[in-house]
Design a protein around this ligand. Sequence first.
Ligand code: PMP
Length: 393
Amino acid sequence: MEASEIRALFAVASRPEVVSLAGGMPNLAALPLGALSEQVARLVAQDGLTALQYASAHGLPPLRERICDVMALEGIAARPEDVVVTVGSQMGIDLLTRLLCDPGDVVLAEGPSYVGALGSFAAYQAQVVHVPMDAHGLVPDELRVALVRARTAGQRVKLLYTIPNFHNPAGVTLAAGRRAEILEICRAHDVLVVEDNPYGLLGFDGAAPAALRSTDPDNVVYLGSFSKTFASGLRVGWVLAPDEVRDRLVLAMESATLCPPTLNQMIVERYLAGHDWQGQIAVFRDLYRERRDVMLDALERFLPPGCTWTVPDGGFYVWVTVPEGVDTRAMLPRAVAARVAYASGSGFYADKSGGRQMRLSYCYPTPERIHEGVRRLAGVLEAELEPGFSTGS
Ligand code: PMP
C-alpha cells in the first residue's frame, strides 16, 4: 500500500495560517448540535442496552428501511433486505473489491477518480484503467474504447467504478442522456457497475439526479453514505446490491467487523425519524452553493490566463487545469509556503498522471478564506509562469 498523498498533506495544510482548499471535510457547523445531543442522551438512557450491544452484520432493520426512503429521492425502489449497512461507503468500496476482484483484474474508473477507491483497488492488486471524462461526465465512446482495448489485451474487466453525480475530484455530473448508454455498454460487456453516490442529494438546484441503480437494479451495485448529508464521523454508509453480491457482502462484513456500530446506526435512524433531515440537507446545499459561487468568482478574478476549471452543480469540488509547464505536485510546497494548500492531480490517477491538474474544495473554509486562498494560489501560479522560472523537477 502507498500512503495517500492527501493524507500526507493534511499535516501541513491543517496549520491555521494555511488556507486549505485540499481536504474534503463536510461543514458540520450547520448541524443542530443541541437537539442531537439531547437525542443521543435519550437514546442511551432509554435503549442503551440495545444501542451498546453487538447486532447483525447486515445492519439494523429500522435503519435499512429508512435508507430505502433516502434512496427513493433518487428514483430507487429498494427492499430493506437488499441494503447492507457499512462503516462508511469507504468500507463498501473496500469489501466489494475484496469480493469481486482477483489480482490483475481490471477495474474501469473515471480519470481522475476518488483517491480512497484507488487505494482499495491497489490494495487488492486490481489494475485501474481510467476512462476519460468531459464536462458531462464519463464519455461513452471512451468507455467502449477502453473495453475493447482490455479485451484485445486479454484482460478481465470486472467492474466500472463510477461517481456519476458531483464527482470527486472532477466536480462534473454525468449527463442524463448518457446514463442509459453507459448502462447498456456495461451490460453488453458483462461488466458490473459500482455506482458511488455520496453527493447525490447535494445538487445546488435541489433536484437529485436519478441514480443509475434506479433503471438497472440487476447490474448496478449502489453505494450510499450519511457522511456528506449528516455526519461523517458516525461512519455510517450502505451498499444496495443484487441478491448474490448482497449475501457475500454480509459475510464479508461479518469477517471484517462483526457488525457496524449499533449506537451510530441508531443515532442515524432516530435522526431520520425525528428530524427534518431533508430540510437539513437543503441547509447544507445552500451553504455549499454559496461557497461554490465564491470560489468560481475568485478563480475568474485571480487565476492567470490559460487556467481552466470545471463548474460543479453540486458537491464539494472544482477541478482546475493549469498551463503547460506547471507541475502541480512540484508546486505544492511553494503554495504551502504562500499559505494555501490544494490536492495535486496526480493522487487521483492510478498511473500518477494529472500533473497539470489540482482539486480545490470549497466545502470547509469560510467564504472569506476561500477568496483569500484562491488569491494566494493565483500568486503562486503567476510566479511559476514567469519566464525563466524552473521547478527544478
Ligand atoms: N466515495 C467518494 C466519492 C467520496 O468522496 C468519499 C468521501 N470523501 C467516500 C466514498 C467515502 O465516504 P464515507 O466512507 O465517509 O462514507
